[in-house]
Design a protein around this ligand. Structure first.
Ligand code: GBH
Length: 452
């Protein structure tokens, strides 16, 4: 098999988020986040766990950076916990919390690893939720204050900034579906929350640019490409709606297209917008469309859509990961091309891609996660094809550096290329980590045989 090469300046990294790995949930003045609160809600988390300790990364970050360096990783995408920095959501700065990220960034730079900072990966200070949370415009204003504080503090050495991670999840899973914190289940709240998340993104872009002259700023969106189960009018229409809900509602306003008209119509008919778009103020669409330097793309799987009223669920001859998501590498290629050619984002980073496979250590202390290596191999091959087709893909961050707290699934799903023993906090790089390390070194997709 040919080894597919990447552009010489292609960036190879891994990704994590604060609540999923840090632990030390109440250390050094950190206040409660909506996830600390949500985890206590009976039935919210599959295994009734929480992020109190997680991977204890807050105390072990030096070892974790050393591991990244040993694997040869060139970049690291992590998120800052808002409740560590501004325990009251706004106002007084907690220097001890900010200092942690200073130490982490310094450690990364000493090891020649480029830090990508995500400002919001879902851990809203509970105090802001008590005041109404993301459905309130004031939360977007607070976010700008927070973005200002963090970009001032780290902007001398951090050049790469991501405002939000997956506003669909924060807005819809958190406020409409209720599967994530804060667990509310109201369509109008979900749409308002999503609006304020996107608005705060646009405002924050300007603030970061002001504080960090050389900044490269973007947003990370999650995409679930939708494909119709049949060519029936009903299935095609259901697919359009799904794509509007998951993908276009967030993508379009970031690229100056406002909210998609077909979805405004659908949501209005369904009664989800009882007061219309009254939460959209003059100038909001302009703010949301702030010029960015890149689009962050998170891709895990696709969805095959049928209208339950007329069609039946298709039987797919596919493989599934341990979390139940279909393995569909071509979906990433199609997505990258659609984004590049229909939205012209300038630059794209795959800011998350990976798989949950729960393999643990064998008798020799090795983790042979062959299926994850295959998954990464197939998705990276598709990335290199996309680059050849003209997609301006500039980097790839595997999700995740290490096993961690998988939100509503607790610790039952392992996405890491490094295995974590939650009793001892021992880390073991899995076979996929060794394979990925070779990819980085060669700057080319490696054949699977090198595993042997
Ligand atoms: C990301 O979310 C998160 O950024 C990260 O924190 C998390 O750990 C990681 O992915 C793994 O979950 O309903 O079967 O069609 C991804 C969230 C996953 C949301 C796929 C939409 C659709 C699956 N997305 N999901 S399905």
């Amino acid at each position: 098999m040919t080894q597919r090469a990447f552009p010489s300046d292609f960036l190879w990294g891994s990704a994590t988020s604060s609540y999923q790995i840090e632990g030390a949930a109440f250390a050094d003045g950190r206040s409660e986040s909506i996830w600390d609160r949500f985890c206590k809600q009976p039935g919210a988390i599959l295994d009734q766990t929480n992020g109190d300790i997680a991977c204890d990364h807050y105390n072990r970050y030096r070892d974790d950076v050393a591991l990244m360096a040993r694997l040869g990783l060139q970049a690291y995408r992590f998120s800052v916990a808002w409740p560590r920095v501004l325990p009251n959501g706004r106002g007084a700065i907690n220097q001890a919390g900010l200092d942690f990220y200073r130490r982490l960034v310094d450690e990364l730079l000493q090891h020649n690893i480029r830090p990508f900072v995500t400002l919001y990966h879902w851990d809203l200070p509970q105090i802001l939720e008590d005041a109404g949370g993301w459905p309130e415009r004031a939360t977007a204003e607070a976010f700008v204050e927070y973005a200002d504080v963090v970009s001032r503090a780290l902007g001398d050495t951090v050049k790469d900034w991501i405002t939000h991670n997956e506003p669909w999840c924060a807005g819809m899973l958190g406020y409409q579906i209720g599967e994530h914190a804060p667990g509310r289940k109201n369509w109008n709240d979900g749409l308002k929350a999503s609006h304020h998340l996107l608005l705060s993104h646009g405002w924050a872009v300007d603030v970061i640019r002001r504080n960090v002259p050389q900044a490269s700023v973007g947003i990370t969106l999650n995409f679930t490409p939708a494909m119709p189960a049949s060519r029936s009018t009903e299935d095609l229409n259901a697919t359009r709606h799904f794509d509007g809900f998951f993908n276009r509602w967030f993508l379009d306003p970031v690229y100056g297209r406002e909210y998609p008209a077909d979805m405004v119509r659908d949501y209005t008919e369904l009664g989800y917008l009882p007061n219309g778009l009254d939460f959209v103020h003059d100038g909001d669409f302009k703010a949301m469309a702030a010029t960015t330097d890149f689009l962050g793309v998170n891709y895990y799987s696709r969805a095959v859509i049928h209208d339950p009223k007329t069609g039946t669920a298709p039987k797919l001859d596919s493989e599934y990961t341990d979390i139940g998501w279909e393995v569909y590498p071509q979906g990433l290629g199609d997505l990258l091309k659609r984004l590049a050619f229909a939205y012209n984002p300038g630059k794209i980073y795959v800011t998350e891609n990976g798989a949950s496979y729960n393999d643990g250590p064998d008798g020799h202390g090795e983790v042979n996660d062959t299926r994850r290596t295959q998954y990464l191999h197939d998705h990276l091959s598709v990335c290199s094809e996309a680059i050849a087709a003209g997609v301006p893909l500039a980097g790839y961050f595997v999700w995740s550096l290490m096993d961690n707290f998988e939100w509503a699934k607790g610790y039952s799903q392992r996405f890491g290329v490094i295995w974590v023993d939650y009793e001892t906090q021992q880390r073991i790089p899995k076979a996929s980590a060794h394979w990925y390390s070779r990819v980085v070194k060669a700057n080319a997709v490696q054949p699977l045989e090198v595993l042997a």
